[in-house]
Write a protein that binds this ligand. Structure first.
Ligand SMILES: [Zn+2]
Length: 230
């Protein structure tokens, strides 16, 4: 009898874990779909986090220019301080410069609503100084699942909308990746989505990301996707 109860409990725990996981996934993908609601057919948003970097960002910008594709850069303010010319270049070449973080230090950012908003405002001030306009687009460091409902509400109450992703180069997960691995990851994670928000990184150790980018762009162009920015 006891063994039966244990088995039922284990099944219930497993079931609730699966339901939670499914709910989380549908919340995240619903959000992405809401962002791309004006997309009638197939759309892809390329997004680059954690830059700018002297090594990788200019290469990515060159490829985007050659391919005539616009993207969104979620920048880290402290890295942009000495690389304002790259933020200026992103803006001048028609990309969206958006807020990721000033410090990118999770312990500080996620302490409370004040530390979170201070971090966002400081990054946005830099964007304003360089481009002459504030951004209203935000990406939580690590993704919005890192943040409580209270923190998410603070972000939207301060006039931002936040963007997660539903596909990824997996360039923050694969150790010392080859460009082909990142290309495969981008294709695999995007499979089955008509509206894609693709996560990639342009921080200094992500040269494989830049090397994979052209193939990724060609792949989605060939599949008939329209490239969008936030
Ligand atoms: Zn980040």
């Amino acid at each position: 009898m006891n063994r039966k109860i244990t088995a039922i409990c284990a099944a219930l725990i497993l079931l609730s874990a699966l339901v939670m996981q499914f709910a989380m996934r549908s919340i995240r993908s619903t959000f992405c779909i809401a962002i791309a609601d004006d997309c009638d057919n197939k759309c892809i948003y390329l997004t680059f986090d954690d830059g700018p970097s002297d090594r990788v960002t200019p290469v990515i910008l060159d490829i985007l220019r050659e391919e005539d594709v616009k993207a969104t850069f979620f920048i880290v303010g402290k890295r942009a301080e000495t690389r304002r010319y790259l933020v200026k270049r992103q803006y001048d070449e028609g990309h969206t410069v958006a807020v990721h973080s000033y410090s990118h230090e999770y312990d500080n950012i996620y302490k409370n609503t004040k530390t979170l908003i201070d971090d966002i405002v400081r990054c946005n001030k830099l964007i304003y100084d360089v481009t002459g306009s504030f951004s209203s687009v935000y990406r939580f460091p690590g993704g919005s699942f890192m943040a409580s409902d209270k923190l998410k509400a603070a972000v939207t109450d301060n006039g931002f909308y936040f963007v997660d992703w539903n596909a990824s180069f997996r360039d923050a997960e694969i150790v010392d990746p080859k460009p082909e691995q990142l290309f495969e990851a981008a294709k695999e994670t995007a499979a089955g989505h008509n509206r894609i928000v693709m996560l990639a990184h342009d921080s200094t150790d992500k040269s494989a990301t830049a090397e994979a980018l052209r193939d990724v762009i060609h792949y989605f162009k060939d599949k008939g996707y329209e490239f969008r920015k936030f």
